[in-house]
Design a protein around this ligand. Structure first.
Ligand SMILES: [Zn+2]
Length: 247
């Protein structure tokens, strides 16, 4: 059986009981690029440590849900110097966190701070956005930053506008369960897409694993009418080139 090559451009590897085992299983199954995103200081540090494993890269930053926590800009800057840190993430804004005591105003301030760090280090941002899509897009456009939208659930028209400017969208197993992602898959060009899992998030009651990106590739190929091999290859190369990683 042919084993294609895949990427998981958004997971939280430090959540695994054995990150080593998870990475080994991923590599054996063809997932050769794994990008572990931090959520605050500790998980950013852990993500960077885990880049000692084959195929693992890191994003460091402060997630909008964690925007009330203090963070150390000097240390983030040090982490960003690491050669396997390829993005500032997971960062962004999501109005739903206001309910949990994180005002949008605070999220916005932290997000802008994260964008500043990304620009200073010439890196893209890995974005979590929810219910604030237009504002997040305006910030991305006005700050002239390269953005990767993880698990995007905003409008297709806004996504197309962003894709035309070279921003990247990663699709995860959620597209297999929820019909509302179909338009996004149909209309975004293959050149703007990559795959992710947001491991360890459970989707459709199923245990998540980076190997699930294969199902995502197969689904995308079926919607696009492209063959699975070409789709796998394109989505993998999109990930490497967006994050400027050499194979
Ligand atoms: Zn995430």
């Amino acid at each position: 059986m042919m084993i294609y090559v895949y990427a998981d451009v958004h997971l939280h590897l430090y959540e695994a009981e054995s990150p080593e085992r998870l990475v080994r299983e991923s590599l054996d199954g063809g997932v050769k690029f794994l990008l572990s995103a931090g959520e605050e200081m500790e998980s950013s540090r852990r993500s960077v440590e885990l880049t000692s494993l084959e195929g693992v890269y890191a994003a460091v930053g402060v997630h909008p849900a964690k925007a009330m926590q203090p963070y150390d800009v000097k240390e983030l800057e040090r982490l960003l110097e690491h050669p396997r840190v390829v993005a500032v993430g997971e960062v962004g804004m999501d109005a739903k966190y206001e309910r949990f005591g994180v005002p949008l105003e605070r999220q916005r301030r932290v997000f802008l701070d994260m964008i500043r760090l990304a620009k200073e280090h010439d890196l893209p941002v890995s974005i979590h956005s929810g219910r604030s899509f237009r504002e997040v897009a305006e910030i991305v456009f006005s700050s002239d930053i390269r953005a990767h939208f993880h698990w995007y659930s905003g409008s297709v028209s806004l996504a197309l506008e962003l894709a035309e400017s070279g921003h990247l969208f990663s699709l995860g197993p959620a597209i297999l369960y929820y019909k509302n992602y179909r338009g996004l898959v149909e209309l975004l060009p293959l050149s703007s897409l990559a795959t992710e899992t947001d491991y360890p998030v459970r989707i459709g009651g199923e245990e998540n694993h980076p190997l699930r990106v294969k199902e995502v590739v197969e689904y995308v190929a079926s919607i696009k009418g492209t063959d699975v091999e070409k789709t796998a290859d394109t989505l993998y190369k999109n990930a490497l080139s967006f994050f400027r990683v050499r194979p």
